[in-house]
Design a protein around this ligand. Structure first.
Ligand SMILES: NC(=O)c1ccc[n+]([C@@H]2O[C@H](COP(=O)([O-])OP(=O)(O)OC[C@H]3O[C@@H](n4cnc5c(N)ncnc54)[C@H](O)[C@@H]3O)[C@@H](O)[C@H]2O)c1
Length: 274
């Protein structure tokens, strides 16, 4: 997919990985809707981007992704502004083991809702142009997490949902034109990770092995992957039309596509009686 003149919709887009991806999409000539619950940071982020890339190319929509009505309204405002939608990045996320119900709602439920509500604007058979949905997982979506078991559950959920949607919808891709992929970064230097330096903050959020995690982050955060590297790889994945159902692991040592063994009954539509 050539990203020039395409329209991207990024939740959690005012900070960290979401913001870096929004900026890179703009550099590729796309237009962007930055979606976030933090309206103060949203206004600042969008005015910075508008100065660099033009007011016509970026909007901020305040949206709490735990509210289905907010997500629907954000899609409507994006379509009203640009008249099309090509890329949905369900990226908003939090870390909170104590309030795991809220975390599941932000990290996983909202990504499923964003996929389901967004599909109708992307589908070629419903007036869209086709496109790609990119869900944000983590390396904790692929392996056990020592400190964040409920977070890992949300991120495993993203991998399972995204790969399953791709698998389920693949036979009709020529009809709807939508691809589904996810990315699984390791520790990246963002405000979310910087917040792990404080033991008090970790304890308040019920994060396991708080002291050890705080020590690790404090000692290593300056050398962690930068958001620009994650955004670069996300852009490559968005543009690559051969990728559907991909789980892209992004580490400081490079990128790998994770391909769990397929079970023939569940992965091959020929085995399902229609
Ligand atoms: N930083 C990492 O090491 C890392 C690694 C793997 C995956 N991730 C994932 O990447 C995504 C982005 O994380 P980040 O590190 O850039 O964090 P970040 O804290 O910089 O950005 C997260 C954004 O999500 C927004 N958000 C939170 N709750 C929301 C809600 N209810 N509605 C709308 N927006 C909401 C925040 O306001 C914030 O702007 C998250 O899903 C995170 O789990 C991060």
């Amino acid at each position: 997919m050539n990203l020039k003149d395409k329209v991207g919709f990024i939740t959690g887009g005012v900070s960290g990985i979401g913001y870096a991806t929004a900026e890179l999409l703009l550099q590729h000539g796309a237009k962007v809707a930055v979606i976030d619950v933090n309206s103060e940071a949203g206004r600042t982020a969008v005015s910075n981007l508008a100065v660099k890339y033009g007011e016509a190319n970026v909007i901020f929509v305040k949206c709490d992704v735990t509210e289905d009505g907010d997500i629907e309204e954000a899609f409507k405002q994006t379509i009203a502004k640009y008249g099309r939608l090509d890329v949905i990045m369900n990226n908003a996320g939090i870390l909170n083991e104590s309030n795991y119900k809220l975390m599941i709602s932000v990290n996983l439920t909202a990504a499923i809702t964003g996929t389901m509500l967004g599909m109708k604007y992307l589908r070629k058979d419903q007036g869209g142009n086709g496109g790609v949905i990119l869900n944000m997982s983590s390396i904790s979506g692929l392996k056990p997490s020592l400190c964040l078991p409920a977070y890992a559950a949300t991120k495993h959920g993203i991998v399972g949902y995204t790969r399953s949607m791709a698998n389920s919808m693949a036979a009709d891709i020529n009809v709807h034109g939508v691809r589904f992929n996810c990315v699984c970064p390791e520790f990246t230097d963002t405000p979310m990770v910087r917040s792990l330096e404080s033991v008090d903050s970790l304890n308040r959020r019920g994060i396991h092995h708080a002291q050890a995690l705080s020590n690790y982050v404090s000692e290593n955060v300056d050398g962690m992957i930068k958001v620009s590297y994650i955004a670069d790889n996300i852009i490559k994945l968005l543009a690559d039309e051969t990728k559907n159902g991909a789980a892209m692991l992004i580490t400081s040592k490079g990128v790998a596509f994770i391909d769990p063994p397929e079970h023939p009954y569940f992965s091959d539509r020929a085995n399902l009686k229609r």
